[in-house]
Design a protein around this ligand. Structure first.
Ligand code: SF4
Ligand code: SF4
Ligand code: SF4
Ligand code: FES
Length: 947
């Protein structure tokens, strides 16, 4: 589309069912009660001049530009703060109003630099537009005192703040408060002395509480807050709506372009997941797409000790096909496998699993969900009948009690966190179950009613103790259970949780959660109104991950918190398309739509469509592929968009598995850590260079649209197709929409999905089929997908990973807002200013016992390995617990994580590792060597780019 700014109705939409009819400039308009006169006018096509109003923020009424006249009323009220009334007669364009508005605007402009022609926002500035709209042609005043010439704050890597252009409309302050919920900005001083200030402790944005979400930049009607890229490249000429490729929130953006250059990503107001908001990653951290370290030409080598050789696409694909064929002939077809990517589109993921099943002739396909949310798939399928969260994000607006367990949404799922915080500021109650004091526990105007700081690894014990309280204190919603769940199974479960050994008091020694707190939290969840549970990897990445998911489902069913808005069980998915990767049949035992490979009827459907015979036996999971490789029976793997060496547990084991293979094909953007063991490297494309769809944590399927030509020449689905063709498969897709059509033909929950519908409707939440033609925002409304809800007894079984004299502390891991997963993308952006390295959080008591201060290098060692990193001493973690992130290959936190995994799904137990921390002189030898290698690789890449 050619460039059009997003429409702005001035004030938010009202939601009342009552309708009001009034007259504006002689035309009749009917709007919901509570609508402002400004919005009513905008909806009938009349634009009233405005500066301090915008429809993402509540009306403020400070600029006095939007004045109107209303019959029967004295004066000229501000239309943004005046609600409509029945029969009101409004005039928006009278000589009196024109004069008043011109006067107001003249005052603003008299204290504004008159440098429009050279201003970065020229042509994209509301102040400029409104000056034109009110007919201002000259400025008569020459104020003695002005704000001109004030110093710019250019500290933020992505946007500038030029106070000399500020009109103190406070849209930025309100955006930070209302939309983002960080409250980093204030208006300091009064009258002429008023100025916008970033925080109290700092005099610039970078040093303030600001988390660089960009909401203030988007809200600013002048060039005071402006993206550096707009200044550098110029204002955009066209916009393409697409979906963020970072996390499972799935924010939609307008990629605003000038020629082939991306100028900025602006959150799309109509995006149903983000409602016009974003975080720093989606809005700003896309520079990796053109990073000099991107590999754009295919490369091959005979062995991993040889240097890479650049070759043509044809040669690389022919070599890959010949190697795969040779290995299949020599070792048998079970010696091959593949890994799909949760960062790639549904269509690409579908093709990779099809390539393995139809091309290799086995089911050795797995995905990174193995290491994150596979227990969600297992647990929710078992209890409810479907492997996905139950709610849409809007649902949180109706929650009364929000229980967050094992998730850190302000860092991991920031835009959803902002929506959740908005609800909490309006009065919903909060329970946080987490070993660490996450930001959500206490943030501006929010304080958790209960923070249960449990011992890592005791989720099941805590949830069982909560269930004990609910059952033994008579707080079960029996009517719901009797109607919707299997009553016999409920009774078995109820008698299990009621046992004295499962009481909060009995389990306190294990969980370290005071029994009284736990009981109070359980009562609040059961009786506080609509109770919603949100959880993350702190639930799943445990040896009892699947049990924890089922324990959560049990709690929700017992309290009747399923099947309507405001309630539910909601996994906060990590990667942008991890839901989609699972939906598309990436697991070795399931075809698309979670249908077991052993089901003959389902197999027959796929066999007819694909023209091949499918293996009826489930294939190998990632850890089994690696084990089989070290055993010498698994020899070749195709890995699309996944750095298993960095993201999977026990790095040494992953390395020896990869090293034992004869053909490792890595298909990625960068030479990642896994590529150290690869024989063939196929360059990947970014989300900006491809068409397709992602499915977010709400089961929302959203379009990904190509905004620029792939630098490597091909979209990822094209590369997989070419590889399949080289292997002799007769694939002839010409557009990803054809792949989606095939998915829809083969997958009942996607039956009504097509690119055309997505273009028309923006997004669809599966299931989309005959019984839910418009999709399914809320699941299990009239009954569970599996029929009756299934209560499962979840006995607490302690992990085999125990602390002891050698390893007395428990390590748990997580993410930070500015970085993403293994950091391959975000480390190649300016986000590194916020997080240059992984740090180890340690409690002051544990630090003092070891003579460790903040900033010291420490050795982190476990039974699996050791690494070094710097320490930060903090009370965010409890005594006995340490915490770090895993974003930097130099730290490789997974060197220390163990092979223990979830009993049902093999999901690694990242969240509990017994470790010791001791002072260290600095990085280990391998880390130093690695750092040297990286810096020389960077130098070479820079030199090549300069040539
Ligand atoms: S920085 Fe922009 S949004 Fe904030 S008060 Fe100034 S002009 Fe308004
Ligand atoms: S970028 Fe976001 S967090 Fe920072 S000041 Fe602006 S609105 Fe607040
Ligand atoms: S919250 Fe997630 S989807 Fe949204 S902009 Fe941030 S990283 Fe992207
Ligand atoms: S837009 Fe109404 S007072 Fe500013």
């Amino acid at each position: 589309m050619t460039y059009q700014p997003q429409s702005d109705f001035g004030t938010p939409a009202a939601t009342s069912d009552a309708q009001i009819t009034l007259t504006i400039d002689g035309r009749t308009v009917t709007v919901p009660a509570g609508t402002s006169v400004m919005r009513a006018a905008a909806e009938q096509g009349t634009s009233i001049p405005k500066l301090c109003a915008t429809d993402s923020l509540s009306a403020f009424g400070s600029c006095r530009l939007c004045l109107v006249e209303i019959d029967g009323r004295r004066g000229t009220p501000a239309s943004c703060t005046t609600p409509v009334e029945p029969g009101m007669v409004v005039h928006t364009q009278t000589p009196r109003l024109q004069k008043l508005r011109k006067g107001v605007m003249e005052l603003y402009i008299s204290d504004h630099p008159l440098d429009c022609l050279t201003c970065g926002a020229n042509g994209d500035c509301e102040l400029q537009d409104q000056a034109g709209a009110v007919g201002l042609r000259d400025v008569r005043y020459q104020p003695v005192e002005t704000h001109l010439g004030q110093a710019k704050d250019q500290s933020n890597p992505y946007f500038d703040f030029d106070p000399s252009k500020c009109i103190v409309c406070s849209r930025c302050v309100r955006a930070c408060d209302e939309v983002q919920g960080t409250l980093a900005l204030t208006v300091q001083g009064r009258g002429f002395g008023s100025k916008i200030s970033a925080g109290i402790a700092s005099d610039n944005f970078l040093g303030s509480e600001c988390v660089s979400c960009g909401a203030c930049v988007q809200a600013c009607p002048t060039a005071t807050l402006i993206e550096k890229k707009v200044v550098e490249i110029g204002t955009p000429e066209r916009a393409v709506v697409t979906t963020c490729a970072y996390c499972g929130v799935g924010c939609t953006f307008r990629a605003e372009m000038r020629g082939e250059q991306l100028v900025r990503m602006v959150p799309w107001k109509e995006g149903k997941a983000n409602r016009g908001h974003s975080c720093v990653k989606g809005r700003f951290a896309w520079g990796y797409a053109q990073h000099q370290e991107r590999i754009l030409k295919p490369m091959i080598r005979g062995s991993i000790s040889e240097p890479w050789r650049e070759v043509s696409w044809d040669d690389a694909l022919a070599y890959a096909a010949s190697e795969l064929t040779r290995i299949s002939n020599k070792y048998g077809k079970q010696a091959l496998g593949g890994i799909t990517s949760s960062r790639c589109t549904n269509e690409e993921t579908f093709l990779v699993q099809k390539f393995v099943r139809a091309g290799f002739g086995n089911n050795n396909v797995d995905t990174c969900a193995r290491v994150c949310h596979s227990p969600t798939g297992y647990g929710l399928k078992t209890t409810f009948g479907t492997s996905a969260g139950t709610q849409d994000f809007d649902s949180v607006e109706d929650s009364d009690v929000i229980l967050v367990i094992g998730a850190n949404p302000t860092d991991g799922h920031p835009v959803f966190a902002s929506r959740m915080k908005r609800r909490l500021r309006k009065g919903a109650k909060l329970i946080v179950i987490d070993p660490r004091r996450t930001d959500l526990v206490r943030s501006p105007h929010i304080e958790a009613q209960h923070h249960l700081a449990l011992q890592p690894g005791t989720n099941v014990a805590v949830l069982t103790a909560m269930a004990h309280t609910i059952v033994t204190e008579g707080l079960v919603n029996e009517a719901f259970v009797k109607e919707r769940c299997d009553w016999d199974e409920y009774q078995d479960w109820a008698s299990f949780v009621s046992e004295a050994r499962n009481s909060p008091e009995a389990l306190e020694a294990i969980t370290k959660v005071p029994a009284a707190d736990l009981r109070a939290a359980a009562r609040l969840y059961a009786t506080g109104g609509n109770g919603a549970i949100y959880y993350g990897l702190g639930v799943t990445e445990h040896s009892q991950g699947s049990s924890t998911v089922m324990a959560i489902a049990n709690l929700a069913m017992a309290t009747g918190n399923i099947g309507r808005r405001g309630v539910g069980v909601n996994p906060l998915r990590g990667q942008n398309n991890v839901q989609g990767a699972c939906d598309m049949g990436s697991f070795p035992h399931e075809l698309a739509g979670y249908r077991h490979i052993s089901d003959a009827a389902t197999r027959a459907l796929f066999e007819r469509e694909w023209g091949v015979q499918l293996d009826s036996e489930p294939g190998l999971r990632i850890p089994n592929m690696l084990d089989a490789a070290t055993d010498g029976v698994f020899k070749a793997i195709y890995i699309q968009g996944e750095d298993i060496l960095q993201s999977d547990p026990n790095t040494h084991h992953v390395a020896s598995g990869l090293e034992a293979m004869e053909c490792v094909i890595v298909h990625d953007l960068f030479l990642n850590e896994t590529a150290n063991y690869a024989h063939i490297f196929l360059p990947g494309s970014t989300f900006l260079e491809k068409n397709g769809t992602f499915t977010n944590a709400e089961r929302r399927i959203q379009p990904v649209r190509k905004v620029m030509t792939p630098l490597n020449g091909y979209e990822d689905w094209e590369v997989t197709q070419k590889l399949a063709q080289a292997l002799g498969l007769d694939w002839n897709y010409t557009h990803p929409s054809q792949i989606m059509d095939e998915i829809a033909r083969l997958t009942p929950s996607f039956a009504g999905v097509s690119f055309d519908r997505l273009d028309q409707e923006g997004s669809l939440q599966w299931p989309v089929n005959e019984s839910a033609p418009d999709g399914s925002p809320i699941m299990h409304v009239d009954g569970f997908v599996r029929g009756k809800g299934k209560f499962v007894v979840t006995d607490y079984v302690p992990t085999d990973e125990r602390t002891g004299p050698r390893f007395p502390l428990l390590l748990t891991t997580g993410r930070i807002l500015s970085q993403y997963n293994v950091g391959a993308q975000t480390r190649r952006t300016d986000n590194v200013v916020w997080h240059e390295e992984d740090l180890l959080e340690i409690h002051p008591v544990d630090a003092e016992n070891r003579g460790i201060k903040s900033g010291d290098w420490v050795r982190l060692s476990s039974r699996a390995g050791e690494t070094t990193l710097r320490a930060t001493v903090t009370e965010r973690v409890a005594p006995g617990v340490v915490y770090t992130t895993f974003h930097h290959p130099l730290t490789q936190a997974n060197v220390v994580t163990t092979d223990y995994s979830d009993w049902a799904t093999n999901c690694p137990e990242y969240k509990v590792t017994a470790v010791q921390i001791s002072p260290s002189n600095g990085p280990t030898e391998w880390q130093e060597n690695y750092a040297k290698l990286q810096s020389s690789a960077r130098r070479i890449a820079k030199a090549e780019a300069a040539e």
